[in-house]
Write a protein that binds this ligand. Structure first.
Ligand code: NAD
Length: 292
């Protein structure tokens, strides 16, 4: 049920690829809550994906922008300034790692791709913030939200170089949050979301096992994309005006857990005498039974 908590607010929502995307759910809810916004995604995503439907449904302008490009960011902001003057919120909901896509383990990175991962998934937030502050695009008490994952704090071996991208993203949110806060009273936060079945999420090796593990480790269960959208809307609203520079866990409690009884039960089965804990031929780099 909508409460109108974004009535009169305007913004930019990035990264709505398809109906599973966290940004897609956020756009639908932002509309319900009274906001107007521009939708944007990488040109290739707009050509191939169904974002036009979302634009029609929400009455939003849909613009292509590669958010690693300052030129594209400026064009996007020109359009936002023309339509709204200043805006109240920005959702940074983008991520991409060529190393993850090509199944490169953290110890076998291609460094050109590594740069690309960091640029798309983290530095793009800095570019969006710096360009917005230069242009004074975001109104006082505005809110910028980025999306991250707990692999920034703890080791999840299959997350490859995205782990570094998320650490950088969180650092940018925290540090830029200081500067934007003192200069313009704009808040900047990241939400650390449960594993979620989206295109980006499912690209990570062993995703199905990860999501099951997280579900069993979280007292409230995994947070869905819809629930993430609801949390994002609260951060865009006036009810969270003094929340800034935070990395906010939205994970059903996963981040505070050590272990749960059902998982201990699984681990405590009878081991045959001399049985190795790790399966035969297990490869610590790829996590797979001997691929090489
Ligand atoms: N799905 C998960 O398990 C999970 C968990 C925690 C955090 N996140 C984060 O949530 C955010 C949204 O991802 P999602 O899960 O909704 O997946 P998604 O695949 O639906 O969205 C990722 C988006 O990034 C866009 N993108 C990639 N490169 C771009 C570029 N150069 N310029 C502009 N856009 C670009 C894609 O087109 C896509 O729309 C990402 O930052 C992701 O890392 C996802």
């Amino acid at each position: 049920m909508a409460h109108g908590i974004l009535t009169g607010k305007t913004g930019i929502i990035t990264g709505a690829l398809d109906e599973h995307s966290i940004a897609w759910k956020t756009a639908l809810l932002a509309k319900e809550e009274g906001a107007q916004f521009i939708l944007t995604n990488a040109p290739v995503a707009l050509r191939m994906g169904p974002a036009k439907e979302l634009a029609e449904q929400t009455g939003a302008q849909l613009l292509p922008a590669d958010l690693t490009s300052l030129e594209d960011i400026n064009k996007l902001y020109d359009a936002a300034a023309e339509q709204f003057g200043q805006i109240d919120f920005v959702l940074h909901s983008i991520g991409m790692s060529p190393n993850v896509r090509k199944d490169r383990a953290y110890t076998e990175l291609n460094y050109d791709w590594y740069h690309k991962t960091l640029d798309v998934s983290a530095v793009s937030l800095h570019k969006m913030l710096q360009t917005a502050m230069d242009r004074d695009l975001i109104r006082e008490w505005g809110s910028v939200v980025g999306l991250t994952y707990i692999a920034a704090q703890q080791v999840f071996p299959r997350y490859s170089d995205m782990t570094d991208a998320k650490s950088l993203l969180e650092s940018i949110a925290r540090t830029y949050g200081y500067f934007y806060g003192v200069k313009k009273k704009v808040r900047v936060n990241t939400i650390s979301q449960s594993p979620t079945p989206t295109t980006a999420g499912q690209g990570v090796g062993g995703f199905d096992r990860m999501i099951t593990f997280a579900e069993r480790m979280s007292p409230l269960g995994n947070a869905s994309a819809q629930e993430c959208a609801e949390y994002i809307i609260s951060l865009f609203s006036d009810y969270t005006r003094k929340v800034t520079m935070q990395n906010l866990y939205h994970d059903g409690g996963f981040s505070k857990m050590g272990v749960t009884d059902p998982l201990l039960d699984v681990m405590s089965r009878e081991w045959a005498p001399g049985e190795e804990f790790f399966p035969q031929g297990w490869d610590p780099i790829t996590g797979a039974p001997d691929k090489k």
